[in-house]
Design a protein around this ligand. Structure first.
Ligand SMILES: Cc1cc2nc3c(=O)[nH]c(=O)nc-3n(C[C@H](O)[C@H](O)[C@H](O)COP(=O)(O)OP(=O)(O)OC[C@H]3O[C@@H](n4cnc5c(N)ncnc54)[C@H](O)[C@@H]3O)c2cc1C
Length: 384
């Protein structure tokens, strides 16, 4: 196992200070290791996640070589030749577990933002104290965007949030964490080869969730109540002005509708599985409030916005992969984790084999199947 940094590198280096997992503690489990502390319904801090993964590395006896940067992987002699910062390796099979979120995804028009406005991505953001005074424009309203808008608003700054397609969820539903329902009702176990639109499922933004000790819902209504101004999806920059799409009403209705459909699925499961009596009564939530007037443009040169925070998602980085298995959009071509190159596999990518594939707790089932495939490959007729 080659790791360019340290064990749990992404949690140590690429997250902001206040972040907690949005998955509850009881869901932080890896084969042979689970959370056994006093607060199963709480959410781990970054220090706690790092310690948990370090402990897993020890308990599992994983042969990790830290400080080993893989700079190239290419086909050679029926297998692969791997170049690293600590030497060359020949191998018959490769498992790509380099993560789905190696780089922040920032739209190209960020280049046209006037130099007077500071720009940050979640990789560079640590906390509000690092920002100058003045207004902040947070772009993107998925898990990262809503959490940063919340934290920056609480720091006293005026915050505008640019909202594109998003997934709305309550933190708790009928007395349980909403992720408990995703798990229990089987939604998270839905398999990649059973989904109607796999490409869409793989592109779905993260849900508007935060892991706070209060277990509070952090949806757009909560942010509006705090004084965050909502604007539409940021579409372009023209003459130093940010141009936002209209149609917030439609976008909000769609997110509300999808949330309700998901809650219907949970209720249906509770009824058929006999859980109805144990859970609280079904709940429905107020529709997302549409601002009376949503601005369609904002003058970036006016001084109103001092900083832009791009919470527009993340993408993987395969710059080191010299095997033609990456598509034009920079995503790995694979079938349930088997890449388009014999003996090459992947883990930890969105809906790799199940909806839960990119979550810490989702890896176990995927890994078992992918490694089963790999073992058959090594034992099969293609073996060297
Ligand atoms: C902001 C954010 C919040 C998240 N919150 C949650 C959450 O609450 N709960 C949850 O379950 N999941 C959460 N996730 C998803 C989380 O990233 C995954 O659950 C988990 O980290 C995936 O583990 P991984 O090992 O596949 O990828 P990563 O954690 O990204 O690990 C990949 C590793 O590969 C190393 N690497 C990459 N390229 C190379 C190279 N060329 N050579 C050598 N080493 C390399 C990196 O240094 C890194 O350590 C979150 C993700 C983000 C971005």
């Amino acid at each position: 196992m080659l790791e360019r940094g340290e064990v749990a590198n992404s949690w140590r280096r690429e997250r902001w200070d206040s972040l907690r997992l949005l998955t509850p503690n009881w869901q932080s489990r890896l084969p042979g290791l689970r959370y056994e502390g006093p607060d199963p319904d709480g959410y781990m801090t970054m220090g706690e996640v790092t310690a948990f993964i370090e402990r897993f590395a020890t308990v599992s006896g994983a042969p990790v070589r830290t400080g080993t940067d893989v700079t190239s992987v290419r086909r050679a002699d029926g297998g692969y030749h791997v170049t690293t910062s600590a030497g060359e390796i020949g191998c018959r099979a490769v498992v790509i577990a380099s993560g789905a979120c190696n780089r922040p995804a920032v739209p190209p028009f960020s280049d046209a933002v006037p130099a007077s406005v500071g720009q940050l991505t979640p990789f560079g953001y640590r906390g509000p104290a690092q920002l100058p005074d003045g207004g902040v424009l947070v772009v993107g309203a998925s898990a990262t965007g809503v959490q940063l808008a919340d934290e920056l608003r609480r720091s006293g700054r005026p915050v505008t949030l640019s909202v594109g397609e998003h997934v709305r969820l309550p933190r708790t539903y009928r007395g349980r964490d909403v992720l408990w329902w995703m798990d229990a009702s089987g939604v998270w176990d839905q398999r990649y080869d059973e989904l109607e639109d796999l490409t869409r499922a793989r592109r779905l933004p993260s849900a508007q969730l935060a892991g706070t000790p209060e277990r509070a819902t952090l949806d757009l209504n909560a942010l509006t109540s705090m004084g965050v101004e909502l604007v539409g999806r940021w579409a372009a920059v023209r003459d130093g002005r940010a141009l936002f799409s209209g149609g917030l009403r439609n976008m909000f209705s769609l997110a509300d509708l999808k949330m309700e459909r998901l809650l219907d699925t949970f209720d249906e499961w509770a009824k058929t599985d006999g859980y109805d009596a144990e859970a609280g009564p079904p709940e429905r939530f107020a529709p997302t409030r549409v601002p009376e007037t949503a601005r369609l443009e904002l003058d970036l040169g006016s001084g109103e916005i001092a900083t832009i925070v791009w919470a527009t998602g993340f993408r993987p980085d395969y710059g080191w992969l010299d095997v033609p298995v990456v598509d034009a959009k920079g995503q790995l071509n694979h079938e349930g984790g088997a890449a388009d190159s014999p003996g090459m596999y992947a883990l930890g990518l969105p809906v790799l084999r199940r909806r839960k594939s990119t979550f810490i707790y989702g890896i176990e089932d995927d890994a078992r199947e992918v490694i089963g495939h790999l073992a058959r490959f090594l034992a099969g007729p293609g073996r060297l």
